[in-house]
Structures are given as structure tokens and as C-alpha cells.
Design a protein around this ligand. Structure first.
Ligand SMILES: Nc1nc2c(c(=O)[nH]1)N[C@H]1C(S)=C(S)[C@@H](COP(=O)(O)O)O[C@H]1N2
Ligand SMILES: [Mo]
Length: 332
């Protein structure tokens, strides 16, 4: 343990999560902060803007240390983006709908990196948080993630605001990384250092967990880019106002890092599909889809939505985090 870690105080020590997002509660385009997911593997460290420092090191000509005021001097940018937890790293294939859509304010990482000379061998950016400790019976050291350097042009942000307010402690105050289009796990909170590296970072969060097997099961791929996914906001489960012969508007959100070019809706548990209307793309923010349906007969129905990306990938029936799920509806 170095002297920085010894000095560090915590609001909360150890795993902490708030995952309130029941899809039908996510009625708003920008998720209110109280409804946003919170996921902390190791705890919630206490950091102040005044004493916070960001170290930039590794394959750069000269390392750099920035204060909060240094960061605040750069032009402020805003990015609206889906913020999705990939689910428990101990149960990576479990389908989940832990998601929200937030507006982040801060400085593009590219502006910060333009202040250093990056050596051509550098291919990855390692990002480290102030938090350290145990997770899943493993002594993890600090929370460290990485991302390919060529991703940085895509709105990667050093964020100090969420939904127009300074970051709350649990969301990474005073400054965190935000990687739009990647799963939330990559958006390192309580950011303290950025290291330019030739290979991937060496941490349980990059080498032991957050690795998926590809379609053939032959290779592992880092849990980086979000797969196509959709959630149903309306009707809510077990809705009582559905009437036979009365038009029902089925509505929800869809997203995916490769883009989503269609969403289909099924009312019969996935046996047949109707095409939903999808609003135009809006960067890495989620997109609304709607589908009008007139229930022909009273009875029990099972509503499902399925997003697909231009390369032909669609949400799978099961066994993946972006698998389909169904909303039961009774029609009178
Ligand atoms: N330093 C640090 N950053 C972290 C984490 C963490 O445990 N420590 N959790 C990650 C995970 S798994 C998710 S889903 C997001 C959650 O961000 P939020 O709590 O602001 O919603 O933060 C990511 N960044
Ligand atoms: Mo997560």
C-alpha cells in the first residue's frame, strides 16, 4: 500500500450497488440522477476537488500532473449517452436490464492528450481509480480498466458533471472517465491516473473478469462495446388497461455501439414479429421505438422487443447479457 492509499478515506468500504432500473420506470429520455444505476466494486472513496490530481504517464514524452482547475480550463463538452452496467462479472452471461441514459459534462480526453506527446508504440489507455480493495474474494489492488487508443476520438470524456450537476461521490467525484458506447465498467470513476501502454492493462478487472467468449467460443473479447439491446417501457408488466380492439402503443428504448438499424416487437412470445418505428440516431444516446398494436382477442400476451444492428446481429433468445426478455400483459 502506498502513502496515497493510506490517506484515502471512504464514504463506504466494499461493494455498493443501486440498480433500481426496472425498464418500465425508465419513462424519461434522460434518466433522473436518483434513478441512475450505481455500481462500485470496492467502495466509495472520499476525494476533494482541491486535493485531486490526475497523473498522465507511460508511453508519453513527459508525464503530466493536472489539478481540477487545470481540467476546468478546457472547453466544456456535453455528451448524452447510454450508461449500461454489463452485469456481475461473476455471472457474465446473465441477462440484465441495468441501464440508464445520462448527460455528462466535462472535457474531451483528446483535448487533454493533445498536451502530451504520445509515443507511436502506445495502443491502449489504462485508467485507474482511487478505489482499491477486495472483490469476489480477490485482492484486486486499485480499480483499473483499459481501452484501445483509437477509441478516444469518439467522445471519450473526463466528466465532472452528470445531468448538469457536479458528480456525486458514488458516481466518481470529482472526475471520472466516460466512454460512450462501451459498457459502464470501462468508465472509471474517481480517476487518478491515465497510462499509455503498448498492451492491455494488468488487473483482475481486465484479465480475470470482463472477458466474453466470441461466437465460436474460441477467443475472448473484452467487455467493451455494447451489444444491440432494447427495453420495453410501455406497457408496464401486468398492466390492467389493455382492452381488446383498443389501440396500444408499445414503446421502449434501443441502443448498441455498432448502431441499431431496426427493432422488432413480438406479442406472442417471439413466434412472430412486427416492425417498430425507430427515431433517428442520436450519437451514443438511446433511441425510442414505438409499435402500434390492436389486441385482437382478450387473453394473456407476452410482449418482447428485439434490436438488431446493421451487421445482422440481433438480440439472442438467452444466455447473453443482452438476451430478450418478455413483459406479460393481460387483455380484457
Ligand atoms: N473506480 C471505479 N470505477 C468504476 C467502477 C468501480 O467499481 N470503480 N465500477 C464500474 C462499473 S461496473 C459500472 S457499471 C460503472 C457504474 O457507474 P455509476 O455507478 O456512476 O453508474 O462504473 C464503473 N466504474
Ligand atoms: Mo457494471
Amino acid at each position: 500500500m502506498n502513502s496515497d492509499e493510506q490517506k484515502l478515506e471512504y464514504h463506504h468500504r466494499g461493494f455498493f450497488a443501486r440498480l433500481p432500473s426496472q425498464p418500465h420506470h425508465l419513462t424519461e429520455r434522460v434518466t433522473p440522477t436518483e434513478q441512475a444505476i450505481v455500481l462500485c466494486h470496492l467502495g466509495i472513496p472520499k476525494l476533494s476537488r482541491e486535493s485531486w490530481r490526475l497523473h498522465i504517464r507511460g508511453l508519453v514524452r513527459q508525464s503530466l500532473v493536472l489539478t481540477f482547475d487545470d481540467i476546468a480550463e478546457f472547453d466544456r463538452h456535453e455528451v448524452e449517452s447510454v450508461h449500461q452496467c454489463a452485469g456481475s462479472p461473476l455471472r457474465p452471461d446473465e441477462p440484465s436490464q441495468r441501464v440508464c441514459n445520462l448527460v455528462w459534462g466535462g472535457v474531451p480526453l483528446s483535448s487533454i492528450l493533445s498536451k502530451v506527446t504520445v509515443f507511436p508504440e502506445a495502443r491502449y489507455l489504462w485508467s485507474q481509480g482511487a478505489d482499491s480493495g477486495r472483490f469476489g474474494d480477490v485482492d484486486c489492488g486499485p480499480y483499473i480498466k483499459d481501452l484501445p487508443l483509437d477509441r478516444i476520438g469518439q467522445n471519450v470524456l473526463l466528466a465532472y458533471e452528470m445531468n448538469g450537476r457536479p458528480l456525486l461521490p458514488e458516481h466518481g467525484a470529482p472526475v471520472r472517465l466516460v466512454v460512450p458506447g462501451f459498457y459502464g465498467t470501462n468508465s472509471v470513476k474517481w480517476l487518478t491516473s491515465l497510462t499509455l501502454g503498448e498492451g492491455r492493462a494488468d488487473s483482475p478487472f481486465t484479465r480475470r473478469w470482463y472477458l466474453d467468449s466470441d461466437a465460436d467460443g474460441e477467443r475472448t473479447i473484452p467487455v467493451w462495446r455494447t451489444a444491440p439491446q432494447s427495453i420495453l417501457v410501455s406497457p408496464p408488466p401486468d398492466n390492467r388497461d389493455c382492452e381488446c380492439g383498443k389501440l396500444m402503443r408499445i414503446r421502449g428504448w434501443a441502443w448498441g455501439d455498432q448502431g441499431v438499424d431496426h427493432v422488432d416487437v413480438s406479442v406472442d412470445g417471439g413466434q412472430s414479429w412486427l416492425e417498430a418505428q425507430l427515431e433517428p440516431e442520436r450519437g451514443h444516446a438511446w433511441r425510442q421505438f414505438t409499435c402500434d398494436w390492436v389486441p385482437p382477442l382478450p387473453g394473456h400476451y407476452s410482449i418482447t422487443s428485439r434490436a438488431g444492428s446493421p451487421d445482422g446481429t440481433i438480440q439472442p433468445a438467452g444466455g447473453r447479457r443482452n438476451a430478450l426478455y418478455a413483459v406479460p400483459v393481460t387483455v380484457r
